[in-house]
Design a protein around this ligand. Structure first.
Ligand code: MOS
Length: 765
């Protein structure tokens, strides 16, 4: 918990009494609306096709944009002839670096810059320089999409190419060691791990690689931009509603209140639905023609101008004594992160808290390739890092002839292995035992190639996953309570399909003591109280903390409003709770008054409070992480190398489950993404041209229904006493550990240790 240290340094000192720990959220363990299987509230709208997405908003006078992307990696535009495009039917505007408004750079988001939203710090159509293959060279605006697409092809572009660096291996000698990765020091060590490794009774030391991965959400990135005078409205598919509005205001020199970003629905966002060039280009174009503009990226454009996950090359080495206790744990490697990108792909971070060892060494080096800025993608770091470390643990278990579950249990840490900080809650050992039992782990043969069904070799594997608890410090939320006993909660947060509004409706019902149908939850609009980005699996607890804070403020205001004529007269906020549609005295529950009665006597129709969640001080005192135990069964054809995953089980230790129906869906979805990572997902990159060669779903393979087996999802269900509602995020833990469990099952089936993803059949014959 170096973050704690660094914040302590910045703030100077944190008083003990500020640190939470004595007072867990009173809603933990109470059974009300939280924990029930409420169906997704916007489900019916989506099923009927009534939910309107950003690129579906109909506007009077709408025109359509098409983009021209750079065909080379580095260079300079020498000729950009737009005459034919401008003369083509229906064309309204050709936007190039020559006529694009001069704009400042988008500030990169990062741990020191939480309010910023940029994924790329490169200039957007500001000069004749080409910095990566896929960079936008021109935008064409026309009356119809077909006319825009046609005219874009008439643009005559010549370039002078410059030497570029786009080869991972060639860039390694020039690798940088940045000062820090997201929340820990980059280089960390304890003891002499290399020496301990050399002296270990048993050891493993190997290199694992993972390819680049691209975002492939169902909904493409799209915007509909619309100016009225000096006011901008942007319908956007974004994970960052308020930050996008703030960034656009800054770039276009507007007052923040003159920018409204609307994003009521997003068709999948796993880190990529952030701030990229297309928002800025559409807004500029709409201003220039003074008409509403629709810009939807093609699937190819999403691959070429929205970043994906960096490739990695990782070394994991583990030394153990004769009993299997780790004496050395080393995890280092290389990934891509040009200085204009925001995402450090922190693949060693999870390993730093996963196992107890006598010595450690961790560190990540970054390569500055000339590519589209790599970005966050579901469990950035942990998903690919867990493939390496959890494959290595399996290799050691095999070498020692110890059951891989048993080996992991022998190395469970009592406290955070590097800092000694206590875990707020960690029951990974429980998850392992629960999972082994449920999966029928004892049917596994310890010898590879021992189980066979005709030409099919059968195997089982397992792997752990972990992901940090994150709570954003600055989410604001408004509660408006009306005389008829209805409450409306409003925040600019985002529901990408995970059920945010549904779960917070459940939470609000319990927090305010109201029935579910008395709650309305509003979000996806930057005019509402500002919430941070929906990312890092943080949004549920961040909003939960804001609701708790707003409810406390509401209590104070209601008591003031109740006054001396109320049965509550003289009571203080700590002496009442919100329950059964009003305020109830804790000591003497006969002293109570409904919200409606309080408002009526005060002559008010409504009361409204806005509050920000308390700062996330719990992370100063506790190591807070979610964990998973993954189990997998595979069949591999001994003839063709065909690999079929037949069973997957994930046991999750993630705190309180707020809504089991949606939690299963979220966790299973994560595991399917892990399955894709294991079996087929791979960016094919041409090192000569810097071009992604498979920019589409025909060539970049995500799992189809036939690839996806029965996926069993369960959990320990133990609340985290240090988090709002006892919950931790569940958006990213699902993908983590899955690829390793599959690769380990493949080894168990075939005796072949595959250290490079994806596990394609050419590697299995
Ligand atoms: Mo994410 S990678 O926090 O959307």
């Amino acid at each position: 918990n170096t973050l704690i240290e660094s914040v302590r340094k910045v703030v100077g000192w944190v008083p003990e009494r500020w640190l939470p720990g004595g007072t867990p959220d009173p809603l933990i363990g109470r059974h009300g609306a939280v924990g029930t299987q409420l169906a997704q509230l916007d489900g019916p709208q989506k099923v009927r096709g009534a939910a309107r997405f950003a690129a579906e908003v109909p506007l009077e006078g709408l025109c359509y944009a098409a983009l021209v992307n750079s065909p080379v990696t580095r260079g300079r535009i020498t000729r950009l002839d737009t005459a034919a495009a401008e003369a083509a039917p229906g064309v309204l505007l050709v936007l190039t670096y020559r006529n694009m408004p001069r704009l400042g750079l988008v500030p990169l988001m990062g741990v020191t810059n939480l309010g910023a939203v940029g994924n790329s710090a490169l200039p957007i159509l500001q000069d004749d320089q080409i910095r990566y293959n896929g960079q936008v060279m021109a935008l064409v605006l026309a009356e119809t999409q077909q006319q825009a697409d046609h005219a874009a092809r008439l643009i005559d572009l010549s370039v002078d190419t410059a030497p570029a660096l786009s080869d991972f291996q060639a860039a390694k000698p020039e690798a940088r060691t940045p000062a820090s990765i997201l929340v820990e020091r980059n280089e960390q060590s304890a003891g002499d791990a290399e020496a301990a490794l050399r002296q270990a009774a048993f050891s493993t030391d190997a290199t694992y690689t993972t390819p680049g991965h691209n975002h492939a959400a169902i909904e493409l990135h799209g915007v509909t931009a619309h100016w009225t005078g000096n006011r901008l409205v942007l319908h956007d598919a974004t994970q960052a509603v308020a930050p996008t509005a703030a960034a656009l205001a800054k770039l276009f020199g507007l007052r923040r209140e003159d920018v409204r970003v609307l994003s009521p629905f997003v068709g999948g966002g796993f880190g990529a639905k952030g701030f990229w060039d297309h928002q800025v280009l559409a807004v500029a174009a709409a201003r220039m023609v003074d008409r509403p503009v629709r810009l939807m990226l093609s699937r190819e454009a999403v691959f070429r101008m929205v970043g994906g996950r960096s490739p990695t090359e990782q070394r994991v080495a583990i030394g153990a004594d004769a009993e299997g206790r780790f004496t050395a744990l080393i995890h280092t490697g290389y990934s891509v992160m040009p200085p204009y990108s925001a995402s450090p792909e922190q693949y060693t971070l999870g390993t730093r808290s996963l196992y107890r060892a006598q010595s450690y060494r961790f560190g990540q080096k970054h390569l500055d390739l000339d590519i589209v800025p790599n970005t966050f993608m579901r469990a950035p770091g942990e998903s690919v890092g867990s493939f390496a470390v959890e494959s290595a643990v399996d290799e050691l278990a095999h070498a020692m002839d110890i059951d891989p579950v048993e080996l992991r249990l022998r190395n469970e840490p009592e406290t955070h292995p590097l800092t000694g900080t206590p875990f707020s809650q960690r029951a990974l050992a429980t998850a392992w035992r629960q999972g082994a039992d449920r999966f029928g782990w004892d049917a596994r043969s310890t010898m590879p190639r021992a189980r066979r069904d005709g030409e099919w070799l059968l195997g089982m594997g397992c792997a752990a996953g972990n992901f940090p608890y994150v709570r954003m410090p600055s989410g604001a939320l408004r509660i408006r309570l009306t005389r008829d006993g209805q409450a409306t909660l409003s925040t600019s947060a985002q529901d990408m399909g995970m059920g945010t509004a549904t779960v917070q409706t459940q939470h609000a019902a319990d927090r305010l003591g109201l029935p579910l149908d008395a709650i309305t939850f509003e979000m996806g609009d930057s005019d509402l109280p500002a919430a941070p980005v929906a990312g890092g699996s943080s949004q549920t607890v961040s909003i939960a903390a804001a609701i708790a804070a707003a409810a406390s403020k509401l209590t104070v205001e209601l008591l003031r409003l109740a006054g001396n004529a109320s049965p509550l007269a003289g009571l203080r906020a700590g002496e009442v709770r919100l329950a059964e549609g009003g305020l109830v005295c804790i000591e003497d529950p006969t002293r109570r008054e409904t919200y409606g009665d309080i408002l009526t006597r005060a002559g008010r129709d409504e009361i409204s409070v806005t509050e920000t969640g308390a700062p996330p001080l719990e992370i100063f005192k506790y190591a807070m992480l979610s964990h998973s135990a993954n189990f997998c069964e595979v069949r591999v054809s001994d003839v063709t190398g065909e690999l079929r995953v037949t069973r997957l089980l994930g046991v999750f230790d993630v705190g309180t489950i707020l809504n089991p129906r949606m939690a299963v869906s979220q966790l299973r979805g994560g595991m399917i993404m892990g399955l894709g990572m294991a079996l087929s997902e791979e960016v094919l990159f041409d090192e000569r041209s810097g071009r992604i060669m498979n920019p589409g779903l025909a060539d970049y393979h995500i799992p189809a229904h036939l690839d996806v087996p029965e996926i069993d999802v369960t959990w320990t269900g133990i609340p985290d006493p240090r988090s709002p509602l006892g919950a931790r995020g569940i958006g990213e833990i699902g993908i983590t550990g899955v690829a390793a469990a599959i690769a380990n099952a493949v080894f168990n089936a075939t005796g072949k240790r595959l250290r490079d993803l994806p596990l394609t059949l050419d590697r299995l014959i």
